[in-house]
Design a protein around this ligand. Structure first.
Ligand code: AMP
Length: 282
């Protein structure tokens, strides 16, 4: 596996791969790799001849007071995991090269970022779309793989690709979970043992909501109230949002549709966790 830090060098390598007739899959990550990331890599490898992963803790998608400085990092461990997962290139740019002094261009999707996480993380998705657009231009992929765990991110990036006619296929991968149901996340590392136990309220909420829908509950307000009580019944929890909404527009839904997105953001202690599922009527 080749490790590349320079943008020029990455663009040249991608060009060489393309001109030799290879298709390229990109898996963008912020590192501290876990089995969720490795599943994205497996899917990327399956769909393309060459796999590029990027490891970049992108400063512009963190707001003031968020965890940019503390975000867990483990470069040697990540490189070993990526190599074992069959990545051909690990692209690890430096922030100073990604955002040079005169950098003043942003890629912004208009409406989707105003929902869900966008309400408590203003500017977050502008940081995401800008860095992902840059990574696409640097690594020149035919397809890029993202996790459904970050449902809104996947929706925003898919919108950007459609709206800007980027010739890149976006592939979404189902959330990979721990044995007890907790969605894998680099941020789970922040949880104390007691908080880790409380973090199970997210998956339990998704399962409870699905059971209510299957039992015929049509009213999203009823489901929201049940979940709220469930989450607040656990210690250390503080709800950022419980959203039942249209899976495409992310507009709030007052009644359960054929498919309704349930998305949650819950603080457990100081750690903000997200999870989601598509609720389906039978
Ligand atoms: P991150 O390093 O957290 O920015 O995540 C990089 C990519 O991995 C994103 O596309 C995430 O949606 C995806 N990802 C993170 N956690 C999981 C998970 N538990 N299951 C599937 N994909 C995930």
């Amino acid at each position: 596996m080749e490790v590349i830090e320079s943008i020029d060098q990455m663009q040249q390598s991608a060009e060489l791969l393309r001109s030799a007739g290879n298709t390229i899959a990109l898996v963008p990550t912020m590192g501290f790799l876990h089995p969720g990331h490795l599943e994205l890599m497996r899917v990327g490898s399956k769909h393309a001849d060459r796999l590029i992963i990027s490891i970049f803790v992108n400063p512009t998608q963190f707001g003031p007071g968020e965890d940019f400085e503390e975000y867990p990092r483990d470069t040697p461990g990540d490189l070993e995991k990526a190599r074992k997962a069959g990545a051909d290139v690990a692209f690890m740019p430096r922030a100073e090269e990604m955002y040079k002094d005169m950098h003043q261009t942003k890629v912004m999707v208009e409406k989707l970022p105003k929902r869900l996480c966008g309400l408590s993380r203003p500017g977050h998705f502008d940081g995401v779309t800008t860095v992902v657009a840059k990574l696409f231009n640097i690594t020149k992929p035919h397809l890029a793989v993202f996790g459904q765990k970050d449902y809104q991110q996947l929706a925003v990036i898919s919108r950007m690709v459609m709206d800007l006619n980027m010739d890149i296929q976006i592939v979404g991968v189902p959330t990979v979970r721990e044995a007890d149901g907790l969605a894998m996340s680099s941020r789970n590392k922040y949880l104390s043992e007691a908080e880790r136990a409380s973090a199970l309220c997210l998956k339990e909420s998704l399962d409870t909501a699905q059971a209510l829908v299957e039992a015929g509950e049509p009213d999203t307000a009823v489901i929201e109230r049940r979940i709220k009580a469930l989450i607040l019944g656990y210690p250390f929890t503080d709800i950022d949002y419980i959203a039942l909404c249209d899976p495409i527009t992310l507009d709030p839904a007052s009644t359960i549709q054929e498919e309704t997105l349930l998305a949650l953001a819950v603080r457990v202690g100081k750690t903000r966790l997200i999870d989601n599922c598509l609720l389906r009527r039978d």
